[in-house]
Design a protein around this ligand. Sequence first.
Ligand code: AGP
Length: 608
Amino acid sequence: MCGIVGYTGPREAGPILLDGLRRLEYRGYDSAGIALVTHAGELFVEKRAGKVAVLTDALGGEPPTAGVGLGHTRWATHGRVSDLNAHPHSDCTGRITVVHNGIVENFRALRDELAAGGHVLASETDTEVVAHLVEDAYKGDLADAVRSALHRLEGAYALVVMHQDEPDRLVGARLNVPLIVGVGEGESFFASDASALVAYTKKVIFLADGDVADIRPGTAVVTDIDGMRLERLVDTIPWSAEAAEKGGYEHFMLKEIHEQPTALRSAMAGRVRRGGVCLEEIDPIRDRLANVNRVELIACGTAYYASLVGAQLFQDWLGVPARANVASEFRYSPPPLDARTLVVAVTQSGETADTIAATRLARERGSIVIAVTNTVGSAITREAHAAVFLQAGPEVAVAATKTFVTQVLTLVMLAADIAQQLGRRTKAEEEELVVALKALPEQAERAIELAGATEEMASRYAEAAGFMYIGRAFGYPAALEGALKIKEISYLHAEGYAAGELKHGPISLLDADVPLVAVATRSAVYEKLISNLMEGKARDARVIAVATEGDKQIEQFATDVCWVPDTLEPLSTILAVIPLQLFAYYVAVARGRDVDQPRNLAKSVTVE
Ligand code: AGP
């Protein structure tokens, strides 16, 4: 939810930290701050409510020269948004500074105890207790003091600590919140994710839960919380700094929508062959998959909508009950989970706390867990028996686009692969799927081209009072996702409904100010969708239909039509969502919204 960056080395730390914070800003952006130990040995702290740009202005573009420092961009949990509550936080001596992502659950008890011991806590945050705990434990070695303080914390954290008296050193730790170490030539970094440091180094260590990393220029020592030395692999980030830039587009979201054909191609690379689909990542667990008798998918938000497609396919193709579950509800009434249950955890970031907690429960109960994620080295990959990567490249906009289509695609491939292994689908069915999959990237390009009209359309709909999105079968997840996109970035109310439910209540919302957006692509439920369109039209609602190219009758029932190419029904969600993403984007732009960083949101939701 928050972004952390740290640097120690020969370069100027200030600009590196500010650049890192700009890149991490999508994780949270209600306040930002940096702390530096200057070359003169002084501690410098500047922190401001507002975006990183506000902090940069406050610094007058010129932070003091320093070779070590840490920075933070915040998504508030404890304590309102203010300069005082912005990170970094300091101890009583003002020599120790801390940045933190997560929640210290026992912070009230710790605050009381620290205050009783004479500490003065200045902010309303949970984080500040960490600085004071380190202060109490400090006896000349920062790593020892941090490890000692960590023993007192309950909850989740990624944190980095700096001491003015050890000016080439940073100590970081993680528990259930991401933190990585970057290892450069004579310099070292901390960051919440690789986007903050890939411009400087591609060599990273993905810290595991319980790790404490002690970095100095060019070196990183990892221990457990008791100081026991641990060996950690150095991985290489597979994408370039340019991949996380806007590349000439006005917003990351628009760029990422246009990257979808490439992302689909990349997600299929090496996996779709003439005879069928094969995901090698699941080879080590194929024996266990042979006995699967139910499938539970776990996810949040957009990933949940992608999971609805996955659930339909696991059920249809494997012939076993399959269900998509909202991860945050899963633990309150878990289904029967045992060694024959396949649990598929779907999460772009791989760090969503709700998804991880639900997955952990399933694993404890003996289920087989496959993670579907975009993030190599993320927490979910450690919870799972196998991880299948989206291979979509970095997604920066808070509103997910290319990771939605690649999640759907990856779930299609996963269900097809397992069904094929179990002999539940015919050769002809597999071949038909392979042909359709291979055509998909070009069809996505065509869908983007055909959606050129959405910009003009959006200007006519931008003042709507709200929207009703409907779909059936594979059109239903596309409708839900389309509605979520509008809500997230334009702040207009939008309902996503199974089209058949319209008449059971929500139809009363429809009028000339509340348009009906219907996913009406070619499918077995097409005629029923047309009836729903007519129901909307009869209530004076303007109707936007997403329809298959060549559909001759749809224009009679719709005010506007967004055309998409024809494909197999299980793949139709991928193409149908494209004009809905663009429509949401242009509505938000027309309403003057902050498209890439909508209010109240953060891309990576690492609190429950
Ligand atoms: C989608 O636009 C949202 N950013 C949000 O719903 C997101 O999909 C959800 O928070 C889950 O994130 P994850 O895929 O990283 O787990």
